[in-house]
Design a protein around this ligand. Sequence first.
Ligand SMILES: NC(=O)c1ccc[n+]([C@@H]2O[C@H](COP(=O)([O-])OP(=O)(O)OC[C@H]3O[C@@H](n4cnc5c(N)ncnc54)[C@H](OP(=O)(O)O)[C@@H]3O)[C@@H](O)[C@H]2O)c1
Length: 308
Amino acid sequence: MRYIEFGTQKAKISEVVAGLMRINQMSVPELEVFVDTCLSEGINAFDLADIYGGGKCEALIGELLLKRPDLRGKMWIQSKCGIHTDGFNYFDFSKEHILASVDKILMRLQTDHLDSLLLHRPDALMEPEEVAEAFDILESSGKVLDFGVSNENPSQMALLRTCVKQPLAANQLQLSAAFTPALDEGFNVNMEIDAGIVRSAGTFEYCRLHDIVIQAWSSLQYGYFQGVFFGVPKYEKLNAKIDELAEKYGVTNTAVALAWILRYPGKTQAVIGTTKPERIREAARACDFTLTRKEWYEIYLAAGNRLP
Ligand SMILES: NC(=O)c1ccc[n+]([C@@H]2O[C@H](COP(=O)([O-])OP(=O)(O)OC[C@H]3O[C@@H](n4cnc5c(N)ncnc54)[C@H](OP(=O)(O)O)[C@@H]3O)[C@@H](O)[C@H]2O)c1
């Protein structure tokens, strides 16, 4: 495994992150095997959100921590808040909502602190002063050690940074070999083609400029939760290239797909959503090798992209 230094705590956390959005059907004994497998592979970073499974994902981790208190010191735990799910999804970065959400998160997780808290999706009605007040309270009470955002563009982060005094440690963004709008716009600046349409406004570059960790979510999916791209006819060339490189490096397609994400410079993590211990072991191999520059571009092109 490879590690990055995260946030003000300089926590040494794994480049491969176990995303826990889909664990709500697991039993606690199954989850225990899953977490032990992650830790034995060197994966010590775990990602949650208050809305995952309507709170059940966090509650399951809480049950596991109650059963196995030894795990808390080994697990770096991140969660997210800022989305209401009552009736329809809408966003809330008010001080009151952030503070109440963290208290509920900690109660479900049966722990006294989060290693990292992300604001889940941008709230157009955000008042940065209110977020700053909430973060100060969470920091001084020791409830949250580091802070960040998710799915935010540079202007949204800059607006927050006008008031928030804690550094934004991470931005969690969708990225996979089959989902690259943030990269496409960078290759096609000032070009009259659709790939040049600005969708992220230089978000990745902004993160690198400000030492913000890029956490790639849905790192094996295409579209918006359309499924993993492995075996999908539309991505035949991509899969063929990934399989070829998997053979070369003696790993599985999972490891190559994640190595492609981790080849992006700066501090980059791949958040994976498997619930299977055997796939965790495959994913951890992504850190055993580094794709060449040419291989990285071959994968990008095999996904159906063009370069100028
Ligand atoms: N910030 C955000 O807005 C946001 C949004 C979405 C997700 N996330 C985070 O990112 C994490 C990962 O997202 P994700 O779950 O969509 O990621 P993912 O790893 O791309 O997808 C996981 C899903 O793919 C399946 N899968 C994995 N490998 C497979 C293979 N080789 N063949 C067939 N199926 C395979 C898994 O099934 P098995 O369990 O059977 O392996 C699981 O259902 C989440 O857990 C969450 O922490 C964040």
